[in-house]
Design a protein around this ligand. Structure first.
Ligand SMILES: [Zn+2]
Length: 294
């Protein structure tokens, strides 16, 4: 993730004291401990997932206990969909940084995969009966984060009216990235949806990077994983792309079902082909490279 500069609404130094020594104040300090991950005992799953790679090793200093109604409307957003070509456009991914062609010219590879995963989550969620929808900003570059058509504004409104707004991200490759995990929304007490997503993907400190613009507006940010290594390879390889996207989407939707107090329709499986999926068109095949007015 690479947030807008204005996401730094609170100086990180102000928050260090409240969240203890395990909560690093900045990326530079976080990377200093990456070689020896600090794992909270309650996290359970391995610190490195076979598909999504390293989970956040940062201290999860929150727990989501607030019950959530089963028919809570969920809004899925693709991170950086309104901030292309400006600061906060998302990570290029390790492949492009090493010279590979972008998945789609003109947008960050992170946005591409954010859109692909968001679409898959909505499709799968609808199949499983969730009240789930998505929003795509009308322009790929909206300088003012508070413009009514940004992810931030639409997500904030959705959260304020009682829904759950979830923005999909991939974390930065290399030492700038942390790993997979949920950065929870900060507008009200943490809930079961936050908890369930954090159990599935890992969790970030509540005040990560001083409290990002999305969470401060009530939007949960899900870092699927660092856009590098095995995860990026599985996504970029046409032979494994569809299965990988569906495995990630299934993991997200299952976590949503659990958080909503529903019985999961299927259990999350590590990279196993889904029935009827072999040979199907890869997700994102019909993704438009650009939208009007840009
Ligand atoms: Zn991001």
């Amino acid at each position: 993730m690479a947030p807008r500069p204005s996401a730094w609404l609170v100086g990180p130094a102000l928050l260090i004291a409240s969240f203890g020594p395990l909560t690093a104040p900045a990326r530079g300090a976080e990377t200093a401990v990456m070689g020896r991950p600090i794992q909270a005992p309650s996290l359970g799953p391995a610190s490195v997932d076979p598909i999504t790679g390293p989970r956040s090793h940062l201290n999860r200093d929150w727990i989501g206990l607030r019950p959530v109604e089963a028919d809570t409307p969920i809004l899925v957003l693709a991170g950086h969909a309104d901030s292309q070509g400006i600061a906060g456009s998302g990570t290029s991914g390790a492949a492009v940084a090493a010279g590979a062609r972008p998945m789609v010219p003109g947008i960050s590879d992170e946005l591409y995969w954010n859109m692909v995963v968001a679409e898959a989550v909505v499709t799968l969620g609808r199949q499983r009966g969730l009240r789930i929808s998505t929003f795509r900003p009308p322009f790929r570059t909206i300088s003012d984060g508070d413009h009514p058509s940004t992810n931030w504004s639409v997500g904030r409104q959705h959260a304020a009216s009682g829904g759950y707004a979830l923005e999909i991200h991939f974390d930065a490759w290399g030492p700038d990235g942390v790993g997979s995990g949920l950065i929870p929304p900060l507008h009200r007490p943490f809930g079961r949806l936050d908890e369930s997503l954090a159990e599935a993907f890992g969790g970030f400190p509540m005040a990560f990077r001083g409290g990002l613009g999305g969470p401060r507006r009530g939007i949960a940010l899900l870092e699927v994983g660092k856009l590098e290594g095995t995860l990026e390879g599985l996504l970029r390889n046409p032979a494994t792309r569809s299965d990988t996207v569906m495995t990630i989407a299934n993991r997200i939707v299952t976590a949503l079902e659990i958080g909503l107090g529903r019985s999961p329709t299927t259990t999350a499986q590590p990279l196993s082909p889904q029935p009827g999926e072999v040979g199907s068109a890869p997700p994102g095949k019909g993704l438009r490279a650009s939208s009007g007015g840009e």
